[in-house]
Design a protein around this ligand. Structure first.
Ligand code: AMP
Ligand code: MG
Length: 387
């Protein structure tokens, strides 16, 4: 259970229902006067003001033919009235028309029920106002608040151990010596995990020795729901993730995928833990996390919508033919007189996060696709973000 104000981005774990009808009373939808519609069947009818109903109060009398009650948006419509005439459509017929006893001329032909929301006409009592599996945003939170859901039941956030591997890695605070690189994946992956609704638990870098890696993995498996390794899954002599997982009795779901970048990806389970062995190169690591880890985290949170949506959008530039692996790029969305288009970002390989980061969306091109002429359609990924 979390407070509604802490629920944004969380996934609802139980359906939520309306404790009241909405509106809970016949509600005026305009500032003006409440009338008996039959009194105003022709233009210029004159009515006598017998009371006032501001929002938050209730005029307790019953309206009789020839009478009107001044009424404000959101106020209960008095008994006997069956229409509201907006203030723009009436004019004083006597001096002091605004007070009780004054008279107003109605400059429209009034329809019965106009500008009234009847009790329960928007939401019936007991109606579902939030669905299990739904990721909460401001609109749903507003809807829940209207029905008194001060606290809501949400799924637990999966805890994700972030475990970079590599003897060459140094902390973001340090200047790398020759041959070293800063451990940037730790931070990129932490951001992605948080965006996906998980709790990132950063662990110390594991060195490229079987003992160090095994100890780090055991810690991750003990403390987190998901262990995300980066580096060490390729075919090099120091790529020890595969063999260490085998020692731990992991069940490998798959190792290597036909995508570019990201080919070495390894996904396994150890008991009820999920393990992602991401490639070390920053762009590859991020693409794999976006395509494989992110939907897994959505599933672990019980989210009904686990995946992105693919929308075909015209590409602003020509794109080269694709090799045997499905290929991923980033692009920037833009809009012109001809509509939406995407500008692919030209990267300099799978270590170049700087150019990759210029894009705001992922673009997918199928394996073996031929050259794409400018204006041709490409698949752009959109992650659901609840408004
Ligand atoms: P690996 O998959 O371990 O062979 O690493 C491939 C490349 O990615 C190497 O150039 C590594 O230095 C680099 N790399 C590995 N881990 C990280 C990391 N956490 N942050 C930035 N670069 C990394
Ligand atoms: Mg490495």
């Amino acid at each position: 259970m979390v407070r509604l104000d802490d629920a944004c981005g969380r996934v609802l774990a139980a359906d939520a229902f309306a404790d009241l009808p909405q509106p809970d009373f016949d509600r005026a939808m305009m500032d003006g006067i409440a009338v008996v519609a039959a009194d105003c069947a022709s233009l210029g009818s004159v009515l006598e003001v017998v009371g006032e109903a501001p929002a938050g109060t209730h005029w307790s009398g019953t309206l009789r033919p020839g009478q009107a009650v001044r009424i404000m948006t959101g106020a209960p419509v008095p008994a006997g009235a069956d229409a509201v005439v907006p203030v723009e459509r009436i004019e004083p017929a006597t001096a002091g028309a605004a007070t009780v006893g004054g008279r107003w001329r109605v400059n429209e032909v009034v329809r019965a029920e106009q500008h009234i929301a009847r009790r329960g006409s928007e939401v019936a009592v007991g109606a579902r106002v939030g669905a299990r599996g739904e990721r909460l945003g401001g609109t749903r939170i507003g809807a829940l608040a209207a029905f008194g859901h001060a606290r809501v039941e949400v799924y637990r956030r999966p805890v994700v151990a972030i475990l970079p591997t590599g003897d060459e890695l140094v902390d973001v605070h340090h200047k790398p010596a020759p041959g070293q690189v800063r451990d940037s994946n730790r931070h990129a992956l932490t951001a992605l995990v948080r965006q996906a609704g998980g709790v990132a638990q950063q662990q110390a870098v594991a060195g490229d020795s079987p003992g160090a890696l095994r100890a780090a993995m055991e810690r991750g498996l003990a403390e987190a729901d998901v262990v995300v390794l980066s580096g060490g899954v390729s075919m090099g002599d120091y790529d020890l993730v595969g063999s260490t997982l085998a020692d731990l009795g992991a069940r490998v779901l798959f190792h290597r995928v036909a995508i570019r970048p990201g080919k070495p990806l390894l996904v396994a389970t150890v008991g009820d833990r999920l393990v992602f062995g991401l490639p070390g190169n920053p762009v590859s690591s991020y693409v794999c996390a976006a395509l494989f880890l992110r939907p897994a985290l959505a599933a672990l949170q019980g989210a009904r919508c686990r995946d992105w949506q693919v929308i075909a959008i015209p590409c602003a530039q020509e794109m080269p033919a694709v090799g045997p692996r499905e290929s991923w790029f980033t692009g920037r969305l833009g809009a012109g007189p001809e509509g939406l288009h995407v500008h692919p970002v030209s990267g300099r390989g799978s270590a170049d996060m700087v150019s990759f980061a210029v894009g705001d969306h992922l673009i997918r091109r199928p394996a073996h696709a031929p050259v794409l002429a400018a204006g041709g359609l490409v698949d752009v990924l959109f992650w659901p973000e609840q408004i």
